[in-house]
Design a protein around this ligand. Sequence first.
Ligand SMILES: Cc1cc2nc3c(=O)[nH]c(=O)nc-3n(C[C@H](O)[C@H](O)[C@H](O)COP(=O)(O)OP(=O)(O)OC[C@H]3O[C@@H](n4cnc5c(N)ncnc54)[C@H](O)[C@@H]3O)c2cc1C
Length: 337
Amino acid sequence: MEILQDYPLQNLNTFGITVSSRYFVSISSINQLKEVLATDIAKTNSLLIMGGGSNILFTRQYQGLIILNQIKGIETTDESEDYKLISAGGGENWQDLVDFTLDANLGGLENLSLIPGSVGAAPIQNIGAYCAELKDVMESLTAIELATGEERIFSNAECDFGYRNSVFKKELKDKYLITNVSLRLSKKPNLNTSYGAINSLLEEKGINNPTVKDVSNAVIEIRQSKLPDPAQLGNAGSFFKNPVVDKIDYEGLKLIFSNIRGYINGEQVKIPAAWLIEQCGWKGRRFGHVGVHDKQPLVLVNYGDGKGEEIKNLAEDIKASVAEKFGIELEAEIRII
Ligand SMILES: Cc1cc2nc3c(=O)[nH]c(=O)nc-3n(C[C@H](O)[C@H](O)[C@H](O)COP(=O)(O)OP(=O)(O)OC[C@H]3O[C@@H](n4cnc5c(N)ncnc54)[C@H](O)[C@@H]3O)c2cc1C
């Protein structure tokens, strides 16, 4: 374990931005992390924890110390007639964990298949897809406080999960490194195929009694058909969150834009950001080395030599045009450095 200087990050962020970190270290155990935290470099610089770099946009060199979390391991820690508790190291690849649970025929992660990144980052924004979120299955997590090196266990409730949100994006931002996540997964899976495309794909394939693996395969097929693979085209998934507005404002928008869509939840309505962006004419547009994906306008892409600043500027132009047309403020889902 060695703290390196001016470390290139191009292969460590899925946008593929050519940028570096003043200091960089990779840790694979809690002891190594504690050793790093005790160094002068860690004590006198800002710290940024990284996993797969699939939710970060770098617009400049990082001036502090990046700690790459590589703490691995997946194990069953407890079980009952109905559930298994699965514990995974924060540095595990998310899809490797999903595969582990599918092989054991456990239900809970199938709808979250193929989300890039690490297990330790999953609670940060309460990853979600196809009507499922991490918070539905997370029992607890273990984290090390960066300022003290002390371990703390957070219950699900203490993480204060919300839509692409948690306590780790709010008051505890950059205060902890998540070393381990514990999930309660069902031995009697209760599949959620209510997202339209999953149902139709299963029907198309003649699958009437799907297994967790069938649902996962359907999710993977749908994702691959509309989301660009970062290995081929730099991106970080959805750039913006779907905005949530009051029902009364939504009704007002509907009078002007009769084809607007929204998912009503009590007095609030979630509006697809992709639709808003498409209506402003951005879908598929390219500006030099960066652009808006042609199948999913919520995804901004780097065609190769794009700079983080160019992507950030494009995002700001998109945001301004949506605000002007719809009076809605889009909020970035990804972390901008
Ligand atoms: C093609 C594509 C599709 C995507 N689809 C989805 C989707 O459907 N749903 C969804 O929710 N997200 C999606 N994402 C976003 C991304 O996959 C998730 O946010 C993922 O959890 C990020 O993991 P990571 O390890 O890459 O995090 P990073 O990008 O490395 O870090 C993200 C944030 O988490 C913090 N962090 C990372 N690890 C730790 C840790 N161990 N302890 C404390 N803080 C930490 C970082 O400091 C940073 O603030 C997608 C991304 C891509 C590229």
